[in-house]
Every structure is written in C-alpha cells, then in structure tokens.
Design a binder for this molecule. Structure first.
Ligand code: ZN
Length: 200
C-alpha cells in the first residue's frame, strides 16, 4: 500500500534512501515534488514518488470544494476542506482564504464576513502547501451559517442573513447558492451540492 503525498511532504532522509522520480532533497530531507504516491524499497534503499494513473484524492487548482471555517481572523480565514464532488476528505485538508481572495469588492476585515462553523463553497487557487482558496465570484462563499448569538441556522434575505430564532441580522460573503432562504424556501443548489465546478 503506497501512501499519497503532497508537494513538500517529507518522505525520507538521505542517510536512508536514494530519491528517484518526483523527489527533491533539502537539508538532508527528501521531499515530494508533486502530488503522488511514495514507493519505498528498503532493501535497495530506493525511494520513489510517482504520479499514478489513479488520481490521488487531493484537490487541485481550479477545483470547487466544500469546507468548514475553523477560524476567522482579520486578515485570513482558515478552512477545512471536507469534500469535493462525491469525495469526502477524512481527515480534511487545511486551507487558507486570505482577505485578498474573499471578494472582488474591497473587504475591511475577513472575520466580518466569515465566522467559525460557516460552510463554504470555494475554488482552489493553489495547492503548494498550504492550500489557498478563493471565494471571488457570486457562486462562491458561505452556503450555510449559524447565528453568532444563538447558534440557529441563518436564513438569507437577498444580501443579509436573518436569524429566525432571535431576529439577529448578520453579513457574510454569501454564495448565490446559500441553502436556507427567508420565508422557508430552500435553494435548489442543495441538490447540486458538489457539481458546480467552474473555472471562471
Ligand atoms: Zn439567533
């Protein structure tokens, strides 16, 4: 069973292995130069990283992914990428959404538009560790958010979110596919969850 590695992952040390294929050495440590599989032959002290015909289950640039916000700071948001298409990533990939990648409009602070536990749809901009995401574009952003006061699921009313429980109003960088609409509507995007890959 060979293990999947991401670019930059340490795969061995030069004392132990001679690296072949998609491997580079830095300070005595062998690291993967691309997403691929590691094969180690301990008897020959050979280590190889190869791309496989089987695509590793790793998001790549341009992919549309779903994630959960694990932390929101003024300059960036940390997102756990949990799924893509029908694939679920367990454990999730940790990704960063820098303030400059949130919107085509000017953003004062990232944590005013995202908060912990928001569910987001985003595009992968870079996979060289760490993953960088973008939510520029109307289809990208938050698709489900909880009230900061009481924890209820918020409903979207055009550009704002309203808590059906406590009446609080809040803002997010909303996706046009936000799932819960005010007055009981449910966006049809709930059904196409995972199928709207776009490279725009
Ligand atoms: Zn509330």
């Amino acid at each position: 069973m060979s293990e999947i590695v991401l670019p930059g992952d340490a795969v061995g040390v030069v004392e132990e292995y001679l690296g072949e294929g998609l491997v580079y050495e830095h300070n005595g440590v062998l690291r993967a130069a691309a997403v691929g599989f590691v094969h180690r032959d301990a008897s020959k002290h050979l280590l190889k990283v190869v791309r496989s015909g089987r695509t590793p289950s790793v998001p790549t640039k341009g992919d549309v992914v779903y994630g959960v916000v694990s932390d929101a700071k003024p300059k960036m948001v940390v997102v756990d990428i949990v799924s893509m298409d029908k694939k679920v990533f367990q454990p999730p990939f940790t990704a960063l959404l820098p303030i400059s990648m949130i919107s085509t409009e000017r953003v004062e602070s990232a944590d005013s538009l995202y908060t912990e536990s928001d569910i987001v749809i985003a595009k992968v901009e870079s996979t060289s560790s760490p993953f960088i995401l973008s939510t520029k574009g109307s289809e990208f952003g938050v698709i489900l958010a909880r009230c900061r006061n009481c924890g209820s699921m918020l409903e979207s009313d055009t550009k704002i979110l309203i808590c059906p429980n406590c009446g609080a109003k809040d803002r997010r960088k909303l996706s046009s596919n936000y799932i819960l609409k005010r007055h009981g509507g449910v966006s049809k995007s709930g059904e196409s969850f995972g199928n709207n890959r776009k490279d725009s």
